[in-house]
Design a protein around this ligand. Structure first.
Ligand code: ADP
Length: 595
């Protein structure tokens, strides 16, 4: 969406822009210079016309040679000027191509190194905006801003110098409308600047709301809550409309006045009025008004161009800021080369682990826990108790703010990411598939797997039959000819994990999101796959909880109780109370009232 063509920014280059454009700054300056000199040369014919008129209408006798020379210089200057402008534009576009390519690669490289938890706390609209929309917006800055400023400044400088050389008194009165323009222009700037942030924020909210709405359509439909889901989108649109009105209202009057002052006809009128006066006063000859009548109205175009381009600049500064913020996203700490360690076994240890969310404060505190190889640990607790945070820390979605987590005696931070995910697999409720074939989606963590290995993994995950029923079987592309239900998605994600064959598995058990048939298939797949592995389960099912080797009851970010089903019942604490209530599903939501 475009912001209105108003002057809402200062043309001053700000920090993020110079940072983002650093690799191509030299090229852009050369492009601007070429465009500026080119614009000056294209104005030479105007001066030539005034010169020829002076020769023809003047008192001195002239030769055809003099006229042809003036015409020749004019035409040659025009051609050379256009050539220089085109070369400048070409250079700027090549630089734009280069920076766009560079930024897209740099962002992808950066995002591949940020903690996975970073993505869970961000709307996908935000990443999409920076990756696609913002980089496209930067195009107006890189490909057009510098050359446009070069052209406008070149034309203005040439015109002013020429007019002052012709007659400084006439030059001063001819350009009087322009300070008037700047007066109204500055007033418009001030009026809109305070509302600009709200305007940009409103657009960002709409972007996020659209992406979230589209992503959530399946859930919305299944719950028949279409009106509600529209709600956040409608709110975003309403907020944007308010911001838009607040942004444009103070601008309209000032900008109308500013534009009227420098309309070519108004400027020409001023030149002719003052010219007539000066001639009447005998200060200049009537013929000497001609250069002013020809050149001064030509100043309006470049000035308006500068005005419009500041609007683009404002958008581009916002875009550059968001792109730079993405490029500055903190990455997951990696062991220094040569300092990586291999886990010695698959025992997991949480040692005084704590985690604080930046926005919400404490997530977990002082967690001490050992997951012996081959055992199952069920984590239960109320909503917000910290179950997902515990699981995500083990998966290094982010690192603990206190203490450490070890795998086979080695701090997770000392293990290379690829090695870590070969040892710890996960099946979470939110499954993300990429726009690629089903084959590639299953082989995501092990791209060298053979078709046979992938099919075996899919069989273990109870999804093989569904895949072969797709139009192109394993080659069907997700989102095109492969559409999966929630339960099927989970089984694809199980197949992914099966293929990696990790000794440790983190599992967020399926809840009611999957239909009954799917749930049976999922449980069947998991029980086959999980056997013999070290399991950490966010448990929602009675049999998982009862038969777990240890149960961790989390409350308010700490371990409230810990033990086997029998031990916890005997302790007569929170777990026993929940059990006595018959609330044995221990699903987060159901446990809430008792906590
Ligand atoms: P559970 O899985 O038991 O429902 P979580 O681990 O999701 O609990 O949340 C634990 C606490 O951390 C809650 O208070 C929750 O509000 C907070 N929290 C979880 N995720 C985030 C996040 N991305 N940003 C800020 N706070 C969060």
């Amino acid at each position: 969406m475009e912001t209105p063509h108003t002057a809402a920014a200062t043309p001053k280059m700000r920090g993020p822009v110079s940072q983002v454009l650093h690799p191509i700054r030299g090229r852009l300056l050369i492009a601007a210079l070429l465009a500026g000199v080119g614009a000056m040369l294209t104005l030479v014919p105007l001066a030539g016309i005034a010169h020829v008129a002076g020769l023809v209408l003047g008192d001195n006798a002239i030769t055809a040679h003099e006229v042809w020379r003036a015409v020749g210089v004019g035409v040659a200057s025009l051609c050379a000027g256009m050539l220089l402008i085109s070369t400048g534009e070409l250079l700027a576009h090549l630089a734009d191509n280069r920076i766009t390519h560079h930024l897209r690669l740099a962002i992808v490289q950066r995002l591949s190194r940020v903690p996975l938890g970073w993505f869970t706390s961000r709307g996908s609209g935000e990443v999409k905006q920076a990756m696609q929309d913002d980089i496209n917006t930067l195009h107006s800055l890189t490909a057009h801003f510098y050359t446009t400023v070069g052209r406008a400044v070149g034309a203005i400088v040439f015109s002013l110098v020429y007019l002052f050389v012709m007659d400084w008194r006439m030059a001063i009165v001819s350009i009087l409308p322009f300070p008037g323009f700047f007066l109204f222009f500055t007033r418009a700037l001030k009026a809109s600047e305070s509302n600009m942030q709200a305007f940009v924020e409103g657009m960002r909210r709409i972007d996020n709301a659209v992406v979230e709405f589209v992503n959530g359509i399946p859930v919305v439909k299944s719950f028949g809550a279409v009106g509600k889901a529209h709600g956040s989108y409608r709110e975003a649109v309403d907020a944007f409309a308010r911001a838009f009105v607040g942004f444009t209202r103070p601008l309209v009057g000032s900008m109308a006045n500013a534009n009227a002052m420098i309309a070519p006809v108004a400027v020409l009128g001023g030149v002719l009025a003052f010219g007539t006066l000066f001639v009447a006063l005998g200060w200049i000859a009537a013929l000497d008004v001609l250069p002013f009548a020809l050149v001064t109205p030509g100043l309006c175009g470049p000035l308006l161009l500068l005005h419009y381009i500041t609007h683009d600049l404002n958008n581009a500064v916002g875009a550059a800021r968001r792109v730079q913020a993405l490029l500055d996203t903190p990455v997951l700490e990696q062991p220094a080369p040569g300092m990586q360690q291999m886990p010695r076994g698959s025992e997991i240890g949480f040692e005084h682990v704590g985690y604080c969310y930046e926005s919400a404060g404490r997530g977990l505190a002082d967690i001490n826990l050992v997951l012996k190889p081959g055992t199952t640990t069920a984590v239960v607790g109320c909503s917000g108790a910290g179950k997902s945070t515990l699981a995500r820390l083990l998966l290094r979605f982010f690192d603990p703010t206190q203490g450490r987590i070890t795998l086979g005696g080695v701090d997770l931070r000392q293990i290379e990411t690829a090695t870590l995910y070969r040892h710890i697999g996960f099946v979470l409720q939110e499954v993300r598939l990429i726009h690629a074939s089903v084959h590639d989606n299953i082989a995501l963590g092990r791209p060298t797997a053979t078709r046979q290995q992938i099919e075996d993994a899919a069989r273990t995950a109870n999804i093989h039959a569904r895949i072969v029923a797709l139009p192109r079987g394993y080659d069907s592309v997700v989102g095109e000819d492969a559409q999966f239900s929630g339960g099927e998605l989970q089984r694809v994600s199980i197949a992914r994990a099966v293929l990696l064959d990790p000794p440790v598995l983190v599992l967020d058990e399926a809840t009611a999101a999957a239909d009954a048939e799917s749930e049976v298939a999922i449980q069947d797949a998991l029980s086959r796959f999980a056997g013999g592995r070290t399991l950490l389960v966010i448990a929602h099912r009675l049999d998982t909880v009862m038969h777990a080797d240890q149960i961790i009851v989390l409350d308010n970010g700490t371990i409230h109780e810990q033990g086997s089903h029998g031990e916890l019942l005997a302790r007569k604490g929170l777990y026993a109370r929940l059990w006595a209530q018959g609330d044995y599903s221990f699903s987060a939501e159901l446990a809430v009232p008792s906590c």
